[in-house]
Design a protein around this ligand. Structure first.
Ligand SMILES: C[S@@+](CC[C@H](N)C(=O)[O-])C[C@H]1O[C@@H](n2cnc3c(N)ncnc32)[C@H](O)[C@@H]1O
Length: 207
């Protein structure tokens, strides 16, 4: 069994729902979801990196480990990531707390790459994660999300409420299972308000 599979299998056996996949993503999906990542968008936040398949792909695209913050709450994955990518900024935490942490010394990020199983999460949790991500993203910054579903894993009502727009921009047919990748951006006239109803709703959600 490849070394990468050990933490995956251990985590899957502890909580299949939290892992949300039957195997780490394949190289094709990693290539698609990181296809717009380059040094010009650094630094980058990765949510739910698991064994680090997307992290590796971002390093192959020229990012330095220091350019990447990894947000992961599976302890087996965190230990694996610390060994594999010792100079990345690893945060052992729930991605729902993203708005409360400082990353890269207040510098804003150009992209968030997410491997989180959003479909398995309640709507308030999804909003909390998006709110945190867009707090760290600079204007024009992009949130990348993959899904095994035939539609965007973020419901239309949430996108509308948060002033976001999702566009499917690629697929990975050879992935197990096949996956699609979405680009999520702020709508030009729908900037997220930290004081608006979304912020109040999200602030009321426990991690
Ligand atoms: C579908 S796996 C994806 C792993 C990796 N990105 C890949 O594509 O192979 C989901 C990952 O998200 C992590 N995860 C799930 N919920 C999380 C949360 N609320 N906060 C942080 N990480 C979470 C899991 O531990 C797991 O590593």
């Amino acid at each position: 069994m490849p070394a990468d599979l050990f933490p995956f299998v251990r985590s899957f056996m502890k909580s299949a729902r939290a892992v949300g996949a039957i195997a780490p993503s394949g190289r094709q999906l990693a290539d698609v979801i990181t296809s717009e990542i380059s040094r010009s968008v650094a630094p980058v936040i990765e949510l739910g990196p698991g064994t680090g398949v997307f992290t590796r792909a971002m390093l192959d695209r020229g990012l330095e480990q220091e350019d990447i913050a990894l947000i992961e709450y599976g302890s087996d994955f965190v230990r694996h990531l610390q060994i594999r990518f010792p100079n990345t900024h690893i945060q052992w935490m729930d991605a729902g707390w993203l708005s409360r942490v400082e990353l890269f010394g207040h510098g804003k990020t150009g992209a968030v790459v997410s491997g989180l199983p959003l479909l398995a999460m309640p709507p308030k949790k999804v909003m909390q994660i998006l709110d945190g991500a867009f707090t760290h993203l600079r204007p024009g910054g992009v949130f990348y999300q993959f899904t095994y579903a035939p539609v965007c894993p973020i419901p239309r009502a949430i996108l509308d409420r948060m002033g976001l727009k999702a566009t499917r921009f690629g697929g990975a047919c050879s992935n197990l299972p096949p996956a699609a990748v979405y680009r999520i951006r702020r709508r030009p006239a729908g900037m997220l308000s930290r004081n608006g109803p979304v912020a109040r709703l999200v602030d009321g959600v426990a991690g």
